[in-house]
Design a protein around this ligand. Structure first.
Ligand SMILES: Nc1ncnc2c1ncn2[C@@H]1O[C@H](COP(=O)(O)OP(=O)(O)OP(=O)(O)O)[C@@H](O)[C@H]1O
Length: 561
């Protein structure tokens, strides 16, 4: 059915300079050249020889002015002992590969530009294709009460389909390597969204269509309080558009810069990393390895809670979540003292108090898991024995193996740099770097350049600055996460469950953290409605000609609370 809505913007544009402009010039991953001496590099272990080895596969930086460093890689998973071959393709070049193969056909590496951001992600990406269910409010029960679904549905019912012409692009929120994100209003609904607009021709030329596809498919699967809701997506001749929830609080990188000393207080860090941990746990449960955790990708919602964004570097793999009996001595000790407290498998803290403000019934009262009819009920002591030890949900795709070179220099795990193949443990490494950066205001292995950073990650021991003073438990957690050998790293075996039990998170109510008071709630956003509507996504993106101006109707102020 044709759209009846009056277009507020021209859905297509003839040129795409601003969208192109948005992507910074390639910022390559600086890999040591084989013929380069390493005089200035810090002392590194013999393992760093792999850096040089890797450089064989990469083109010298000087040669790649207008094209990207290329490396082809293979994602393969090995779940429960059985290896899996993934079909991978990018554009029309379909690669079908079997486990442990390593190809040298084109892909890209090291060229993720981010406007205003100095730490672009890098990738040589391929991933498997798997289908996810299509998204509607009914398939996303956690977000079902969101009025934006109703607005979308209302327009769909009225016009049949939803397209770019139904949205008014108000201002550009940011841009990255694969697209620009606009604050958008669904015409006539006062519902606001973040719309990621990606230029298909540009993506095709840069062989990044697969990344867009990956991101879209992952977003379609998600239904979690700390992960984005994808309300709809559509294509025009020129653009691929994802319509997501708008986060008015900016990202944690920007927020950190505004803190005194450019680092967060430890309590605030605890809150943010706890929410990120839950998001990563959920992703791993779905077989998604995120691979690009950094403060720039953690956005702050209108209510001050976080939203992990940007899934184009994520890897999908098979996972089989299992409920196991805990063999963790800490959990066991806690259990003995926790009669009458929360015993949800994932919530081992003896402090679970239902907050009146949180109406959502949760599984916080673990014994319900084991509820039986009255006659089958055993005396208390027996029940206690019966549920000893508490079950733990293990959903860690640690056996997945990817050879991709993806991430952001300061956040890259050693196994990625060494090209040894990596699994979900890379997310726990990046989680450690993330925790360190929020607490200390800098990352632990940053060198004078990208190359030095990579050497530091592999060869330098972890050190903590004297200032700011940070608790022992925080440093202990970081030490557990930033273990260079992935198999020895905290959470390698049991995933997020292991991290949640660390003393740093003492007092965190995992089941109800979404109801906790955030460290900071963003001010209601005042939006300038452009008097002249941008003629295109690129027009809206243009900071000069298409910049939002005060319209005849004045400023549009809307309250997010
Ligand atoms: N839901 C959102 N709400 C508010 N701002 C957003 C939202 N999503 C993205 N942005 C802004 O847009 C910027 C670019 O978005 P995003 O990182 O998804 O693009 P990208 O092209 O995938 O970038 P990257 O190069 O990091 O992959 C972000 O840095 C952020 O500032």
């Amino acid at each position: 059915m044709a759209s009846k809505a009056m277009p507020q913007i021209l859905p297509e544009i003839s040129s795409i300079p601003e969208l192109k402009h948005c992507s910074k010039s390639p910022s390559p991953l600086e890999i040591p050249q084989t013929n380069n001496s390493c005089a200035s590099a810090p002392t590194v272990s013999p393992e760093t020889a792999n850096l040089s080895k890797m450089s064989h596969k990469l083109e010298p930086k000087e040669q790649k002015q207008d094209h990207h460093l290329k490396e082809s890689v293979v994602e393969h998973g090995n779940m429960n002992g059985s290896s899996t071959s993934f079909q991978t393709y990018e554009g029309s070049n379909q690669l079908k590969v079997s486990a442990s193969a390593r190809l040298t056909a084109p892909s890209e590496i090291g060229d993720r530009g981010n406007s205003g951001r100095c730490r672009p992600s890098t990738s040589s990406d391929v991933s498997d294709e798997s289908s996810c269910s299509s998204m509607t409010s009914s398939t996303k029960p956690h977000k079902a009460n969101d009025s934006r679904w109703e607005a979308i549905q209302m327009v769909r019912t009225r016009d049949g389909i939803l397209g770019l012409s139904h949205f008014r692009l108000l201002k550009r929120l940011g841009c990255g390597d694969i697209g620009s994100v606009y604050l958008s209003e669904l015409n006539g609904t006062k519902s606001y969204f973040a719309m990621k607009v990606m230029d298909k021709a540009s993506l095709a030329i840069r062989k990044k269509l697969l990344r867009v596809q990956t991101e879209k498919e992952i977003l379609q699967c998600l239904d979690h309080p700390f992960l984005p809701t994808l309300y709809t997506h559509f294509e025009t001749d020129k653009f691929s558009c994802l319509v997501m929830e708008f986060c008015p609080g900016g990202d944690l990188h920007t927020l950190r810069q505004k803190q005194p000393g450019k680092h967060f207080p430890e309590q605030a860090v605890k809150f943010y990393v706890a929410e990120v941990l839950l998001a990563l746990e959920y992703l791993h449960m779905l077989g998604i390895i995120y691979r690009d955790l950094k403060p720039e990708n953690v956005l702050v919602r209108e209510d001050g809670h976080i939203m992990l964004s940007d899934f184009d570097l994520s890897l999908r793999c098979a996972v089989s979540p299992t409920l196991t009996k805990s063999s963790n001595p800490d959990a066991e000790a806690l259990r003995k003292n926790s009669q009458g407290y929360c015993v949800q498998p994932a919530c081992v803290e003896p402090s679970c108090i239902i907050q009146p403000s949180c109406a959502a019934p949760t599984t916080c009262f673990g014994p319900r898991f084991f509820s039986k009819s009255k006659k089958d009920r055993k005396p208390k002591t027996e029940v206690a024995t019966q549920i000893n030890p508490w079950p733990e949900l293990i959903a860690e795709p640690s056996d997945a193996r990817s050879m991709s070179f993806v991430g952001t220099h300061e956040y890259l795990a050693p196994e990625i740099i060494k090209g040894e193949g990596h699994g979900s443990a890379v997310d726990w490494w990046t989680f450690g770097i993330f925790l360190y950066e929020l607490l200390f205001g800098k990352t632990p292995f940053k060198g004078s350049g990208n190359r030095a950073t990579l050497f530091n990650v592999i060869g330098q021991p972890l050190r903590f600055p004297e200032y700011p003073v940070v608790s022992f438990s925080a440093r202990d957690l970081i030490r557990g996460l930033l273990v260079k050998e992935p198999q020895q790293r905290l959470a390698y075996k049991r995933g997020a469950t292991e991290i949640k039990q660390h003393p740093f998170f003492e007092g965190v109510n995992w089941a109800l953290i979404r109801c906790a008071t955030p460290p900071e709630v963003p001010k209601p956003v005042e939006i300038e409605r452009p008097s002249k509507l941008p003629s295109s996504p690129s027009g809206a993106a243009d900071g000069s000609s298409g910049a939002p101006q005060k319209g005849s109707d004045g400023y549009l102020e809307f309250d997010f609370f």
